[in-house]
Design a binder for this molecule. Structure first.
Ligand SMILES: [Zn+2]
Length: 284
């Protein structure tokens, strides 16, 4: 009898569902280019060694990397998330993500999402000026097919601050002209990724974190379920609340950032304006 009781208890424990929560905090860390040469670093770059050490620390702190799809499923389809979820993101689609970050993520079995600038895929110049090399669609597909990496939209050719700040509307601009321009650009970017990588495009990352209510509506109308900014903070994701997937906040990680301090909440808020001032075109 005692044995039977122990057996039943063991079976019940083994099959007990994981604790289901309806609300969860999710930090998102943001990287751009990985640079070997320390003399070239700016606040949007880390060395490959720093990136590897950050990923190790994320694991040590008990975080588990998840994809945007898992966040979407948690909110919309009763999906589950680990106890301490985190997203690792890269902006712009630098070749260094493929060369340095992807092998580390594969080895550690960690997930990440890259938001690519359509016009820059496979390119190392922009309008005749030198740019950091960006990975090709073949490389993007290889990363996506690993099951660890997602490739999402970061505009086709609106990642710029000379004409407007990213996709933000100009003062006094005609709404209809503006909507058409933004829709065409983002649709083109999303369609190209779909054609070349084959995955659903449902996450839009704002260049320079610049957005307003109208931009947000246009992007939702295009069918994007998740929008991502550079506002600083941790996200509170709520089951059934699709709004909790909008305007997601992130932590920019520089070579000097201590990821443990960032994730344990002892992080000094950075002024968002700094992004506009220093994320210069050299980084496109
Ligand atoms: Zn960007």
């Amino acid at each position: 009898m005692e044995f039977l009781f122990a057996l039943v208890t063991a079976i019940c424990t083994a099959f007990a569902p994981a604790k289901v929560v309806d609300e969860i905090d999710v930090p998102i860390v943001m990287y751009h280019h990985l640079e070997e040469d320390e003399s070239k670093l700016n606040e949007f770059m880390v060395t490959p060694e720093k990136f590897e050490s950050d990923m190790g620390k994320i694991k040590e702190l008990g975080y588990e990397t998840v994809s945007y799809q898992e966040l979407y499923d948690f909110v919309n389809h009763n999906g589950n998330l680990p106890e301490k979820p985190i997203l690792v993101t890269f902006d712009d689609g630098y070749e260094s993500n493929y060369t340095y970050a992807y092998p580390v993520l594969k080895r550690l079995n960690m997930k990440a999402t890259i938001a690519v600038i359509g016009v820059m895929v496979g390119q190392d110049t922009y309008r005749g000026r030198q740019a950091y090399p960006h990975f090709t669609y073949e490389q993007a597909k290889e990363m996506y097919d690993s099951g660890l990496m997602d490739i999402q939209t970061h505009t086709f050719d609106l990642h710029d601050i000379t004409r407007r700040v990213g996709v933000k509307m100009l003062a006094g601009e005609d709404e209809e002209t503006y909507s058409k321009l933004v829709k065409e650009d983002i649709s083109k970017a999303a369609n190209e990724i779909k054609e070349n990588v084959g995955n659903r495009q449902f996450v839009f990352t704002y260049p320079y974190g610049a957005y307003d209510d109208l931009t947000e509506n246009i992007i939702r109308d295009l069918g994007f379920d998740i929008t991502v900014t550079t506002d600083v903070g941790t996200n509170h994701i709520v089951r059934g609340d699709t709004e909790s997937l909008l305007r997601l906040k992130r932590y920019d990680i520089s070579n000097e950032s201590d990821i443990e301090i960032v994730l344990t909440g002892r992080y000094k808020t950075i002024v968002n304006l700094r992004l506009l001032l220093t994320n210069s075109l050299i980084l496109i």
